[in-house]
Design a protein around this ligand. Structure first.
Ligand code: AMP
Length: 216
């Protein structure tokens, strides 16, 4: 199975598309954001420190996220990875190349999800998810059929992320442009970069990604 990176700013739809690929193709979503949110609930000192950094919208250290990814990659031989929210710095990108090489795997495609900043603010500030199954909703563009009840699993445990507010989002965008957007040039130079229009309808984005995967 192919291994891919979904690259794009917060709110580009990486998580939503990754979840579809998990369902439709049996791929494995590796979201460092999800892993860090899990660590946060562990109540350890590391978890608490990470929670503060995330709430401000800053990046956690390369060492922490590289360690998390290393654990997952080496513990899962089959591949079919979707890297979602990783790498976010050039150092992480180099570490990923080294890790893939060491475990005898290839990175088959890097898909940039292109969106404009004005759309991101609207997307992120209205976003909420089901605390039970992780389905993603939006107050305006994608409300559940029955208010407060998850369409997929029926749970009423709807949650908003602590960093999905305007202040943290500004910082997350700044981090993206300063530290993550150089990866677009990095993967272009490695001949691995493709792009999709992240502002298209969700199904159209899925189709565009699917056709890139079939070519990879
Ligand atoms: P996400 O769910 O991908 O939007 O990530 C939420 C937050 O987790 C980010 O704003 C960062 O604080 C942290 N985070 C997630 N992935 C990384 C990463 N690869 N490198 C550094 N920080 C990360």
């Amino acid at each position: 199975m192919v291994n891919i990176i979904l690259l794009g700013p917060p709110g580009a739809g990486k998580g939503t598309q990754a979840k579809r690929l998990v369902e439709e193709r049996g791929m494995v979503q590796l979201s460092t954001g999800d892993m860090l949110r899990e660590a946060k609930t562990s109540g350890t000192e590391m978890g608490n420190r990470v929670a503060e950094v995330m709430a401000r919208g800053e990046l956690v250290t390369d060492e922490i996220v590289i360690g998390l990814i290393e654990e997952k990659i080496t513990g899962h031989a089959g591949g079919g990875f979707i890297f979602d929210g990783f790498p976010r710095t050039l150092k992480q990108a180099d570490a990923l190349a080294e890790l893939m090489n060491r475990t005898g795997q290839t990175l088959d495609a890097v898909i940039e999800m292109q969106v404009d900043d004005a759309a991101l603010v609207a997307r992120i500030t209205g976003r909420f998810t089901c605390g039970n199954c992780g389905e993603v909703y939006h107050e305006v563009t994608r409300p559940p059929k029955v208010a407060g009840v998850c369409d997929v699993c029926g749970s009423t445990d709807m949650r908003k992320r602590a960093d999905d507010n305007e202040d943290a989002l500004k910082q997350r965008l700044m981090e993206y442009y300063k530290k993550t957007s150089p990866l677009i040039g990095y993967y272009y130079a490695k001949n691995q970069l493709s792009a999709v229009d992240g502002l298209a309808e969700m199904d159209a984005v899925s189709e565009a990604i699917a056709s890139l995967l079939d070519k990879a």
